[in-house]
Design a protein around this ligand. Structure first.
Ligand code: FAD
Length: 389
């Protein structure tokens, strides 16, 4: 779907496609098998300008529009969702938040290193007891003479073991609810900060996932991003960008499923003919193509709204819901097209399914996206049910 793209956007997408074919795809299976986060490859993404692509050039980014960023993320997602997670977290959740909410000193200190891939950052919102209900974080930040003391735990944090800086969302005044939330830029070498690897994941095995401990972590006033009470707004604005990126990555998974299924079904013969000759196999491929195209169009719409500076929260949720669910569906169909061969990692399709599965969970589950979409349609907020009398 290259209609409506400028020559520059096409060129950037082609360059990303070449890079992914040459550098990302050949390493994806081994990293997945070894459950190894490939930091060198992640840094290469930075060298290519793919970490922080929409960040302004003065802070080390490329100043690209969101449609172009989506094209890059799609390509990386086609190659390896573990590396796509690096792009999404670093660019959308971390750099995007610092660029929008950070002061000049914070931007100068962190953005150039994050955009180049010299440093990694992580986004610490989720906790063992706080997932979809993000406003109820229990991590506590208490004022000290010189700054803040933070205590708490974070769970499921991508890049948490390799990050140099963590965005930590904490409650400063429990009586204020989400209006008491604040966001802190915490250097991960601060005393009292610890991380542990999360093992046993279904997919995204080559992505770094951590639980974080904050045990009396002391930071200065200069670590506070935005104002006290901005934490919830920062988290929601970050997720708006993050969901766009996840959706774009899932278009890449759908594309990868189509590519693999067409290649396999035109080669593999049964009953004396390529299996692509069978109408039931063609039907599966057609379903994948339709889902890929529809997901891509929804991602494009969300990107164009972002580029125009117009509200895009609902459209981003629509794109995220549809693209993530479609990536699961396409990967499932792609395995079916491959028969038994789709069940082992000689082909990428079983990894696509395992990696796609998490995308309907993180950055807001599919249920949460539906609640956002239907709240807009009906004017009724069904996110928080009435409490029992
Ligand atoms: C591999 C991985 C990487 C991650 N990376 C990060 C990261 O970098 N940073 C970060 O902060 N978090 C991260 N997460 C956490 C992720 O965002 C959460 O898992 C997600 O928000 C869901 O929260 P939960 O797991 O606590 O599920 P819960 O909120 O407990 O939800 C469980 C079920 O209940 C449903 N549910 C909950 N509330 C409602 C409601 N109001 N109405 C209807 N249904 C509801 C959900 O849809 C879901 O089906 C990651 C998770 C994974 C698995």
């Amino acid at each position: 779907m290259s209609y409506g793209l400028t020559d520059e956007q096409r060129l950037i997408a082609e360059t990303a496609r070449d890079f992914v074919d040459k550098e990302v795809i050949p390493r994806a299976r081994e990293s997945d098998r070894a459950e190894r986060f490939d930091a060198d490859l992640a840094r290469q993404l930075g060298e290519m300008g793919y970490l922080g692509a929409p960040v302004a050039e003065e802070y080390g980014g490329r100043g690209l529009d969101y449609v172009t960023y989506g094209l890059i993320v799609e390509e990386v997602g086609r190659g390896d969702s573990a590396q796509r997670t690096v792009v999404s977290v670093q660019t959308s959740l971390v750099c995007g938040s610092i660029e929008r909410w950070g002061n000049e000193e914070q931007k100068q200190r962190w953005l150039p290193k994050l955009c180049s891939g010299e440093s990694f950052g992580c986004f610490g919102l989720t906790e063992p007891d706080t997932g979809s209900d993000a406003a109820s974080v229990r991590t506590r930040a208490e004022k000290t003479d010189n700054g803040w003391r933070i205590n708490g735990q974070k769970m499921w944090i991508s890049l948490g073991n390799v990050a140099d800086v963590a965005l930590i969302f904490a409650q400063t005044d429990p009586s204020k609810g989400h209006r008491g939330m604040a966001c802190f830029l915490v250097p991960t070498d601060t005393e009292g900060f610890s991380s542990q690897e999360v093992h046993g994941k279904l997919g995204l095995k080559a992505s770094d996932t951590a639980s974080l401990g904050l045990d009396g972590v002391e930071v200065g006033d200069d670590a506070l991003m935005g104002e006290i009470g901005d934490g919830f707004k920062i988290a929601m604005s970050a997720l708006d960008l993050g969901r766009y990126s996840v959706a774009a990555g899932c278009v890449g998974i759908c594309q990868g499923c189509v590519d693999a299924s067409v290649a396999y079904s035109t080669e593999r013969k049964q009953f004396g003919v390529p299996i692509a000759s069978f109408q039931l196999v063609q039907a599966m491929i057609a379903d994948m193509v339709v889902r890929r195209d529809a997901a891509r169009a929804l991602v494009r719409r969300a990107g164009e709204l972002k580029d125009a500076g117009e509200p895009s929260t609902v459209e981003t949720s629509v794109a995220k819901l549809y693209a993530t669910e479609s990536s699961v569906e396409c990967a499932n169909l792609a395995i079916q097209v491959h028969g038994g061969s789709g069940y082992v990692d000689d082909h990428p399709v079983e990894r696509y399914l395992r990696d796609a599965r998490v995308t309907t969970l993180y950055e807001g589950t599919s249920q949460i996206q539906k609640l956002i979409i239907a709240r807009d349609a009906t004017g009724i907020n069904a996110m928080t049910p009435p409490k029992p009398e």
